[in-house]
Write a protein that binds this ligand. Structure first.
Ligand code: NOJ
Ligand code: CA
Length: 827
């Protein structure tokens, strides 16, 4: 593949392995080539009313075995202006009726060791933080994976139309520097895909853009999917919703019945009233149905999706919602119990039809049953598809959590409205903090695969001070994620108590759930992103930054030239500070035209949103476009330079404030080699061999890639300081997150040596476990240390005794426990 004069991908091969057929040996020849050209425009069911142009050249290469049994395979290749795609098709000829595929190795031979944004392959819900490394440093990765070349060109590698096959991940080819091969998940019998012939695999594609924004604006993935299969689509409508949800994640309510049960009829009615009064189309209730006691309690999760808890009168709730013009959004948490869900699906969907429920959130939080099936193997791909198609028959739109990654199937089944498949806000409630850079990467990685339910819009970012749990961002950042992270089933996720009386909620009220057009104004992955979305004549601009404050300029050239607009800006005030004053939102209204530029000063971990509404007043006496979404008046409003004039003072104030994140440490062991008695687990290598002395300490994000994980073994690390030096204190950090099977060590012994052979003990520290460690979803970091009278030593050793197996009170009892450690600090 070459693009704009540079080589993107070197010649790359492919290989298939079968259980019921021999592999292809050498000797495939091109026996036929069929070329065609397509240029059509299609119209999505919602959004993009101008239509999507599908324009490509295609070649179908028939490859035939020269020897017996003369099987053939087709490679269908397409070239678009914004990328390339190919898939394999197995015709019937020469094959049996069905194929048992045990491996597909499609090569991606990258031309350069460019920088990549990725998450590891084996991620059951794709909820890792994105990593940023040279391609060559990746062992395995999920797709979409995003690559930035030195000349600014960006690539996104992903698959389209994943049906009746296993998910594809990428694995570094043995011995290669930067060639990857596709990898499929085997089912328990070793078969990755059992398919009836003729069969075509999902598309493998490389989207190519001159800048990151081009990847966002590309429609290549949608174009590679088939047209809509649902005849009557009148019921499929984007929706903005609130729900009884965050209250459970922050521990205020329970999903199950009891004194703090969240989903009660009474609370639901309050939510419905609030929705009706604030232009919110739907209300979700999680925990309305019986069986939540079984979820995540260690027993097989079995919920009854046809039976409501007695304090949730579902018929009354739906009636009340409808009376108020609000949709009830139902919820099914399968817990991963697939046979049980498939058994109940018909009756559960029949209940929806009976009550007139058209929206459903589903979830798969738990390990998949039957045992041995991977979350993203063919078995689950088939299951997700079955749910989508059954839901379509029952006129139900879906928001699927812990789903398979999206691959554009929402073009074919537009009732598949949104999916999770990435780390969402819930991590900031139940688990641990997510660093602010996360949302600056998502639009260019996970979102390229399709709509994403991040559950954005938390206003009270400092939600549980008593438990030291909060979001590491500002309210303005959260507002901006409503625009930046697209979802046509769009949740404003906070509890309504936190929305009441907040002037900034006007932004949520005005926000549409789907868009006519999207433009990326400016972005730097991992640093900041600013994008503009249009519905009719109104534009909504969202900008978020990472832990750094930023002055960004937003030229309004996308606005209609003839029109005067009112810009309503929700941004950081000079006092906004993620740490001490995160909820301050400054709201102002100004007049603008397409010739203006808005200068935004984003606080550290901050954000900004703008609503641009055509004004009733006209520029140069011309009339406004008739289908304006809304009209505003400019009377008495200041010009935008008033706002822009505040940017410098704000930046000075923001710069002086604390930055979120791990502080770099300086100590004697930084950069010194580490030798480990037992190896770290391959899944948690951190920065590799010398991670414990790389000068940076992990944060509360266990997936941040900074913690080194050891499974079932002790951590015995010896550091060679390279010369004898005085040492007076040694410490080492450990992470405790029983919910993730990660425990503090029992004992940590510190010792020093001059010759690297005889070590003398300079102190130890113990940790006493108690059952309460498991009852909270806690995550904590603790330094185990020893300070002593200075000694001269060249070698330092830390021996941490792991509890090895999960304790009896833990739901993983008897299985291997992890130790997560980082940074041996030597003073
Ligand atoms: C995980 C989902 O992502 C979350 O939104 C939901 O509340 C819980 N599972 C419970 O179903
Ligand atoms: Ca480190």
């Amino acid at each position: 593949i070459t693009s704009r004069g540079s080589v993107i991908m070197e010649p790359s091969g492919f290989h298939f392995a079968f259980k019921n057929q021999p592999s292809f040996r050498a000797g495939l020849v091109v026996s036929a080539v069929k070329r065609s050209r397509t240029d059509t425009t299609w119209h999505p069911v919602y959004g993009t009313p101008g239509g999507v142009r599908n324009h490509y050249n295609e070649a179908v290469f028939t490859l035939r075995e020269t020897g017996r049994p003369h099987r053939s395979i087709e490679v269908i290749a397409r070239a678009y202006d914004d990328g390339i795609a190919f898939r394999y098709a197995f015709p019937r000829d020469g094959w049996s009726d069905s194929l048992l595929i045990t491996g597909e190795e499609t090569e991606f031979a990258f031309a350069a060791n460019d920088s990549a944004w990725w998450i590891p392959a084996n991620e059951f819900a794709y909820e890792s933080l994105y990593r940023h490394t040279p391609l060559g440093d990746i062992q395995d990765a999920n797709t979409p994976i995003t690559i930035e070349k030195r000349n600014g060109v960006c690539l996104s590698i992903h698959e389209a139309a994943l049906r009746d096959y296993s998910e594809m991940t990428l694995r570094k080819k043995k011995g290669a520097a930067r060639t990857f091969v596709s990898s499929l998940w085997p089912e328990p019998d070793g078969v990755c895909a059992r398919v009836a012939l003729p069969f075509a695999t999902p598309w493998r594609y490389v989207a190519i853009a001159a800048a990151p924004g081009g990847l966002v604006e590309s429609q290549l993935l949608q174009n590679l999917n088939e047209p809509c299969r649902i005849a009557d689509v009148s019921w499929i409508r984007p929706i903005k919703f609130i729900g009884i949800w965050w209250g459970m994640h922050t521990g205020r309510y329970t999903w199950y019945e009891g004194p703090n049960h969240g989903a009660t009829t009474e609370r639901m009615k309050e939510y419905i009233d609030f929705a009706a009064a604030h232009n919110i189309g739907g209300v979700l209730a999680e925990g309305w149905n019986t069986g939540w006691e079984t979820w995540a309690s260690g027993v097989t999760p079995i919920q009854d999706f046809t039976k409501a808890y007695p304090d949730f009168e579902i018929e009354e709730v739906v009636r009340y919602a409808k009376k108020n013009g609000v949709e009830f959004i139902s919820h099914h948490e399968t817990g991963g119990n697939i046979p049980e869900y498939e058994r109940q699906m018909d009756s559960a969907f029949t209940l929806c039809r009976k009550l007139g429920i058209h929206y459903l959130k589903t979830g798969y939080a738990g390990s998949i049953l039957p045992d041995g099936y991977h979350h993203h193997g063919q078995f689950m791909v088939r299951h997700f598809q079955k749910v989508v198609e059954t839901a379509a028959r029952f006129q139900i739109a879906l928001d699927v959590h812990e789903s398979i990654k999206p691959t554009g199937l929402d073009r074919t089944w537009p009732n598949l409205m949104s999916q999770e498949a990435a780390r969402g806000n819930e991590w900031n409630g139940t688990y641990k903090a997510t660093p602010p850079y996360h949302a600056t990467i998502l639009p260019f990685t996970r979102l390229l695969a399709g709509p994403y339910d991040y559950t954005p819009g938390i206003f009270a970012v400092n939600h549980s001070p008593a438990k030291s749990k909060r979001l590491y961002c500002t309210t303005t950042y959260q507002l901006a994620t409503l625009v930046v992270l697209y979802s046509p089933m769009l949740m404003a996720a906070d509890v309504i108590e936190n929305y009441r009386g907040r002037p900034a909620f006007a932004f949520v009220e005005d926000l549409p759930a789907a868009w006519d057009e999207t433009r990326v104004i400016d972005a730097q992955l991992g640093d900041y992103v600013s994008l503009a979305r249009r519905q009719k004549d109104q534009w909504f601009v969202g900008s978020v930054t990472d832990e750094e404050c930023r002055r960004i300029t937003l030229p309004l050239t996308f606005l209609n030239k003839e029109t005067q607009y009112v810009a309503t800006i929700y941004g950081d005030s000079i006092t906004t500070d993620w740490e001490k004053n995160p909820e301050a939102v400054e709201i102002g209204r100004y007049t603008v035209t397409s010739r203006d530029t808005i200068v935004a000063a984003l606080s550290k971990a901050g954000g900004q949103t703008i609503v641009l509404t055509p004004a009733a007043a006209k520029v140069g006496g011309r009339t406004n476009i008739p289908d304006a979404a809304a009209q505003a008046t400019t009377d008495g409003l200041p010009p935008i330079r008033t706002y822009n004039g505040m940017a410098n003072a704000k930046m000075a104030a923001f710069t002086a404030r604390k930055t979120y994140g791990s502080a770099r440490t300086v100590h004697s062991a930084v950069g010194k080699p580490v030798s480990l008695k037992y190896p770290f687990g391959e899944r948690y290598p951190a920065s590799g061999a010398n991670a414990l002395t790389d000068g940076s300490r992990g944060t509360h994000n266990l997936s941040s890639g900074e913690w080194q994980g050891f499974e079932g073994v002790d951590v015995v690390a010896t550091i060679d300081l390279k010369e004898s030096m005085p040492v007076k204190k040694i410490s080492i950090g450990f992470l405790n997150s029983p919910n993730d099977w990660i425990f503090y060590p029992r004992t940590v012994v510190f010792s020093v040596s001059d010759d690297g052979k005889t070590f003398s003990n300079v102190g130890e520290e113990r940790y006493a476990f108690s059952k309460t460690d498991s009852t909270e979803n806690l995550i904590e970091i603790r330094d185990f240390s020893s300070a002593f009278a200075p000694v001269t030593a060249r070698y330092v050793r830390v021996s941490a005794e792991s509890i090895s197996l999960c304790p009896p009170w833990h739901y993983g009892r008897g299985k291997k426990a992890w130790v997560f450690t980082d940074e041996v600090v030597v003073e």
